[in-house]
Each structure stands twice: as C-alpha cells, then as structure tokens.
Design a protein around this ligand. Structure first.
Ligand code: PMP
Length: 338
C-alpha cells in the first residue's frame, strides 16, 4: 500500500464497480465512483487540472488569488487544491445556497462573497459577473471560469476517459457511457477521448426534466424556456461555450422523483451513497439498459457523494414534504410508499 505525499495525489484513479443487484435487463452496468475523490466529487479533477495548467502557463504566481463563481463541487475542488498549494481563493456564491455548503468552503480556507440569487446573466451582482469583476479588480488574480475554461474538458479527455478505457479493457471493452452535463466538461472531454480511442462507444446524456439539453439532443431544438428542477449539478438553460455535443445522439429527460428514488435504490441494493445527479445518471442508464435487445456493457458515472444530501433525498420527511413519498392517512414512517 503506497504512502502519498499529499491529498492531491488521491485525485483521480477512481474505482469501477459492477452493479450486482439492480435490474439491468440484458446488460451489465459498471459504476465509476467519482465520489471517491478526496473532496467527494468529480470536480476535484478540474480543480487540480485548471490550477496546474494555469501554473504551467505562468498565469498563477505563488500566493496569487483565484476567483470563481460557484458554491458547488467545483468550489470544494478548488478550495482543496488552493489550500494545499497556498493560493488565496475567493468564491462568489448566490445567497440561496445551503449554509452547510458555505461553512464547508469557509472551513477549507476559502473566502466566500455572498451575492444576490434573484438576478440573471448580465446583472453586475449576478454571481459569474461579480466573480469576473472581483478578479479584474484584484491585482494578480485569476478568474478560473469553469464554463469557458478549456482545461476543464481536458481534465476528462486526458484523465477520466483513459482511466475508463483501461478499466473496461479488463472485461473486454464497453459499448456505452452515461453522463450528465453541467459545465459540460465531463461530456466534452470524454467525447474527445473516445472519438480517438473508442469511437464505437455510444454517448448517452442524462438530463433533469426542465433542462433544455435533452430536447436539444433528441430533437435538435434549442429552447429559450427552461423549467426548474431539484437535482443538483446537472442540467442547463444555455449551452456552455466549451461544450461539444456533436457525438451525443441520445438523451433521457429524468424527473426529480425518479432521480431521488433511483439514488435511494442504488444505496439499498449496491451500497453506494451517491448524490442527486447520480440518481439521474443511474436512472437514465437503467432505462437504456432495459431497452436493449442484446447484451451490452454500459458505464455510468457517480459524480458525487450523497453525504451532502442526507437531509434532503435520503431523509424520508424531506421526501414526504416535497411529495416524493406518500404514506397512508394515519400511517407512520414505516408505511412509506416508494
Ligand atoms: N454532477 C454533479 C454533482 C456536479 O456537481 C457536476 C458539475 N456541475 C456534474 C454532475 C456535471 O459535470 P460537468 O460540469 O463536467 O458537466
């Protein structure tokens, strides 16, 4: 067993596990556990890759300031890497974000600037615009900008993708992969990697109902009206500038209820505690698997850990309050109907 020089060496090289108890129809389903990264999500990879690429270009001098607009997993990934490498990190966070997330980021040493949640792109207090402005006004600061930063997809093209090919070679290769899209870094990077090294692999997008992406892929229609959804980290109301959807031909739009129940089923059957987007991805993967007429090997990502969602989708009272579980009148929690 190796001893590592720093926690940053634990980013990537995540395990792959075959599903044993889920009903996968004629297919085999393999889960790539990105929840095993030290910050708990796939975004540790881009935190490290974007910072190290900026260092190599000379865009980040020792002790410099990094600025980003996010309260999500990218914030945690950046906080981990910035803290270990001695950079100051300013995160601009919309004020609707949960207090747990903000405390977590502060405990890791990030400076959190709260801003309004009720304003959109182009408004000076919109979190992305404010982050760009703080970076421009802070001497020597770098706006990381994951939505427009090519080092984000590169982390998956040269990291996540080759790992999957190497792991799946042990079982004779694979036929399809299911992923979600937030910044689109995962999709764009995997698509570029597989185009070169595994061109037969089918790319399948899992999207929450309300996002515009599934309709764009299945019908070629780019809607200017998005809905709302509770699953976190995936789904968009615009196409990020780094996105490349050209090789993605199939998408599933998954309702929140199906995502949450599938995440709970994954924990109950396979013992894997995934986040809410994991529920969406696994739900889409199961739909895909069950539709196939011949056996296929399918890979699905588990983008983050479910620890952050214990008081939400893993909490029966929260599920009940939000209409995702029902119980008979006068029943108690033992009578919950999934
Ligand atoms: N799942 C979760 C939980 C995430 O935080 C993210 C990143 N927003 C994704 C999936 C999607 O990854 P990407 O940004 O690479 O599209």
């Amino acid at each position: 067993m190796a001893i590592h020089a720093s926690v940053l060496e634990l980013i990537g090289r995540t395990p792959m596990v075959k599903a044993r108890r889920l009903d996968t129809g004629p297919c085999e389903l393999y889960l790539k556990l990105e929840c095993a990264n030290p910050g708990g999500s796939i975004k540790d990879r881009i935190g490290l890759a974007m910072i190290e690429a900026a260092e190599r270009r000379g865009d980040l001098k020792p002790g410099a300031t990094i600025v980003e607009g996010t309260a999500g997993n990218t914030g945690i990934g950046l906080a981990l890497v910035a803290q270990q490498k001695g950079y100051r990190l300013i995160l601009v966070v919309p004020d609707k974000m949960s207090r747990e997330k903000i405390f977590n980021l502060k405990a890791m040493g990030a400076e959190v600037v709260l801003t309004r949640s009720d304003v959109g792109k182009g408004h000076p207090e919109y979190y992305q615009d404010l982050a760009a402005r703080i970076a421009a006004e802070t001497p020597g600061a770098l706006f990381i900008n994951q939505f427009g930063n090519p080092d984000n997809p590169a982390a998956h093209e040269f990291g996540t993708g080759p790992e999957i090919i190497e792991q799946m070679a042990e079982v004779g290769g694979f036929d399809a992969i299911v992923f979600g899209c937030g910044s689109s870094g995962t999709m764009t990077g995997l698509s570029r990697c597989f185009e070169k090294h595994a061109p037969h692999v089918e790319l399948v997008l899992a999207d929450p109902v309300g996002s515009i992406l599934a309709q764009y892929i299945n019908e070629g229609v780019l809607s200017d009206k998005s809905g709302t959804w509770l699953v976190e980290g995936i789904g968009e109301d615009f196409l990020p500038s780094i996105s490349d959807f050209s090789r993605v031909k199939k998408a599933y739009a998954i309702p929140d209820a199906e995502s949450f129940h599938t995440a709970r089923e994954l924990l109950a059957r396979e013992g894997i505690l995934g986040g809410s987007s994991t529920g969406t991805l696994v739900a889409a993967a199961l739909r895909y698997c069950r539709e196939q007429s011949r056996p296929k090997k399918v890979v699905v990502l588990v983008p983050d850990t479910g620890n952050k969602y214990l008081s939400k989708m893993y909490n029966d009272y929260w599920m009940l309050d939000n209409g995702f579980l029902q119980r008979p009148y006068h029943g108690d929690l033992r009578d919950l109907i999934m």
